[in-house]
Ligand binder design. Structure first.
Ligand code: DX5
Ligand code: ZN
Length: 216
């Protein structure tokens, strides 16, 4: 069954607790927590202290670190109680080490790829990650249109995993909605992040139900 991870980026920050519960009540599986440092991406969002409060809520937290040198922050996010820590392959010179650092602190290790990044960078870390996050927009902003070339990348990663005899979650992030989810799932995605499509909808449960039905 497909996992649904609403992105807190699109929530009302004055009411974060309620906004998290709203998605849990609507049937979400994870809370996607977008950390931006103003360097890897232009904007700045929230950090480990907000993550710690979010992790007290009903959904496991999926931390997407859009930050340079993410290894400096792995321990702090693990202490905050998040479940998944994802680093960008483009943001670290030592991806293999970062992935092992994440597992060593008891979290699931994720590696994210920007739209222009080849999945080849995963070839020598097969078996070292639990999740591959395929960015389907350029990171930094919610509400963008999905870049369709990234759908092929999902299929390519699924093929690489199969050939290596490994399994991992394939998460897609950016421009995901009830229309774009279907080709992404067909290509092999198993976890959908949605910001504007869920927080922007009057009835998030209806959107989640539609995503699950269409992807079944
Ligand atoms: C973008 C973030 C996404 C963002 C997706 O850099 O990583 O998680 O919230 O937003 P939507 O679903 O609106 O494209
Ligand atoms: Zn994200």
């Amino acid at each position: 069954m497909v996992k649904i991870a609403p992105s807190l980026l699109a929530a009302d920050y004055l009411r974060i607790g309620e906004e998290i519960r709203r998605m849990a009540d609507a049937g979400a599986d994870y809370l996607h927590f977008d950390v931006m440092d103003g360097s890897f991406v232009p904007g700045i969002t929230f950090g480990q202290d907000v993550a710690a409060r979010a992790a007290e809520g009903p959904l496991p937290v999926d931390a997407h670190l859009m930050v340079v040198n993410p290894e400096k922050h792995i321990d702090a996010f693990a202490r905050a109680g998040v479940k998944i820590i994802t680093v960008h392959a483009e943001a670290t010179a030592h991806l293999h080490r970062a992935l092992h650092q994440i597992r060593a602190v008891g979290c699931l290790a994720g590696v994210a790829l920007n739209p222009a990044t080849s999945p080849d960078c995963l070839r020598y870390v097969m078996g070292d990650f639990d999740l591959a996050l395929v960015m389907t927009v350029n990171p930094g902003y919610g509400g963008q249109k999905l870049i369709s070339a990234c759908i092929d990348k999902v299929a390519e990663i699924r093929g690489m995993l199969d050939r290596a005899g490994k399994d991992a979650i394939i998460e897609v992030d950016g421009g995901v909605n009830t229309e774009t989810a279907v080709p992404l799932m067909r290509a092999g995605a198993t976890m959908l992040v949605a910001g504007s499509a869920l927080y922007g909808a009057p009835d998030a449960r209806a959107v989640i139900d539609t995503l699950r039905r269409e992807c079944a």
